[in-house]
Design a protein around this ligand. Structure first.
Ligand SMILES: [Zn+2]
Length: 344
């Protein structure tokens, strides 16, 4: 089969790899129908050390069940299924708490003998705990929004929950990538009254407005923090969503909140330490976030997509085929595209 392999920074190839096949009784073999490139795929794209064997890529996909292991109970061949960006058993102590990223028997796609999502097929471990059967056909018009539930919409929702977003709150969203935009949508869905989007790219701002942003701050650094304060009577926001992971964006989020506020961090941190330790301590700022338990949020967000209440698929502004994946990485890295959907 063909799949995406990254060999070094800037070196992504689509090539022939061993066919995906069942190995455990709890596995399902999925033929991928839609996949996506993630903002987090761009971190290795910027910095990966050259590797002889390469690294299989992709963790966002929807597909058709081809074959099920003998212990799989909740799906059958022919079912259309969606996967969260991590696989998990659904039964361990952390899964039962809705913290699937910490599953005792779970893991990542594209690692330890598990296929990546940017390819023709994937062996999904712990299928009963991981996959959700979709009640639509494989080419349904909702496909982009469903695909967004595998990661970016769940991650935006997680940022909002980590930042204690709720009815009537003032929120700042740092990061205008797909996750930041979904963070705006999530904050709006949770009833935030004021949603300040930090960004300067006109097309991204337009989507943020559609998703519920009430204000836009195009300044950066200290000036951005100043503008957020001006927009909130000098106090700062109740909730800040950090959707980038760099030091400057983290500082902006931490310094935009008012005393007693909360920051939800979902950008994969590119620094070892969290800045603003002293100021956030004395302001009683809560710092939450982490990798989203996308599986825990799947049913709730799926219902809203199926009912047409949210359309997170708006973040996909480019569609390609498997051979277009390398150019998709380039386009997202150059900020020419917000997010790329791959049709198989
Ligand atoms: Zn588990």
């Amino acid at each position: 089969m063909r799949a995406t392999v990254m060999y070094a920074a800037g070196d992504v190839r689509v090539e022939t790899v061993p066919d995906a096949r069942l190995t455990e009784a709890t596995d399902v073999l999925v033929t991928v129908t839609r996949a996506a490139i993630c903002g987090s795929d761009l971190w290795p794209y910027k910095s990966m050390e050259p590797s002889e064997t390469g690294r299989r890529m992709g963790h966002e996909f929807i597909g058709v069940v081809e074959e099920v292991g003998v212990d799989v109970r909740t799906m059958k061949a022919g079912d259309l299924v969606i996967s969260p960006f991590l696989w998990s058993d659904g039964t361990c102590v952390f899964c039962r708490e809705g913290l699937q990223p910490s599953c005792l028997h779970g893991g990542r796609y594209g690692a330890d003998g598990v296929d990546g999502g940017q390819g023709e097929a994937v062996r999904v471990p712990q299928a009963d705990g991981t996959l959700v059967v979709l009640p639509v056909e494989r080419d349904d018009a909702l496909m982009p929004s469903l695909l967004a539930l595998t990661d970016v919409m769940a991650t935006g929702h997680h940022a909002a929950l980590g930042a204690n977003v709720g009815r009537g709150k003032a929120v700042a969203v740092v990061g205008d990538g797909a996750v930041g935009l979904c963070g705006v949508l999530a904050a709006s869905r949770l009833g935030a009254e004021q949603i300040i989007m930090l960004g300067r790219h006109p097309e991204r701002i337009a989507i943020a407005r559609e998703f519920g942003a009430t204000d836009v701050v195009s300044e950066r650094g200290d000036e951005a923090i100043e503008r957020v304060r001006e927009l909130t009577d000098g106090l700062g926001v109740d909730s800040a969503l950090e959707c980038v992971g760099l030091e400057q964006s983290t500082v902006t989020a931490l310094r935009s909140v008012r005393p007693g506020g909360a920051v939800g961090r979902v950008g994969v941190p590119q620094e070892d330490s969290i800045p603003e330790g002293e100021s956030t301590f004395f302001d009683n700022v809560t710092i939450g976030g982490g990798p989203a338990p996308a599986r825990a949020y799947m049913e709730e967000l799926l219902r809203d997509v199926l009912d047409g209440r949210i359309e997170p698929g708006r973040v996909f502004d480019r569609v390609g085929y498997l051979d277009d994946v390398p150019d998709g990485y380039r386009a997202m890295n150059d900020r020419e595209a917000i997010k790329v959907m791959i049709e198989l």
